[in-house]
Design a protein around this ligand. Structure first.
Ligand code: 5GP
Ligand code: ZN
Length: 112
């Protein structure tokens, strides 16, 4: 399942290039084009889901979450932040579910 107008579906399909860091049957991780920290990776399901509210498949949810520490370990992150923006007011700008994995500098909390 993919959405013709979705930029992340185009990345999954190879229509738009990306700097991949991990891929399996269910998920793809690649470097954010506009990183907010020295290290900024996006982890997405290969199927098109608009946001976290659309994630009903517990197997896929578990897979995505369990991939975060694996990718962090692969990339050598000792400390990192994981963010899922849901809805425009939260800051979501791409409406294909994605997990941000951010590292490489001190991050303030709470976020702005
Ligand atoms: P959001 O604001 O929706 O939580 O995050 C979307 C992220 O996708 C942003 O950090 C933005 O820089 C990134 N992004 C948008 N378009 C592209 C693209 O074409 N390629 C890559 N690698 N990242 C993108
Ligand atoms: Zn999509």
């Amino acid at each position: 399942m993919s959405s013709d107008s979705c930029i992340f579906c185009k990345i999954v399909n190879g229509e738009i290039p990306s700097k991949k860091v991990f891929e399996n049957e269910m998920a793809l991780a690649f470097r954010d084009i506009n990183p907010c920290a020295p290290q900024h990776i996006l982890l997405i399901p290969k199927i098109h889901l608009q946001d976290l509210n659309a994630l009903k498949d517990a197997t896929l949810a578990g897979e995505l979450l369990s991939l975060v520490p694996k990718i962090a370990s692969q990339e050598g992150f000792s400390s990192y932040r994981t963010v899922i923006n849901t809805g425009a007011e939260s800051g979501q700008t791409v409406f294909h579910l994605h997990l941000h994995i951010i590292a490489g500098r001190n991050l303030s909390w709470p976020p702005g």
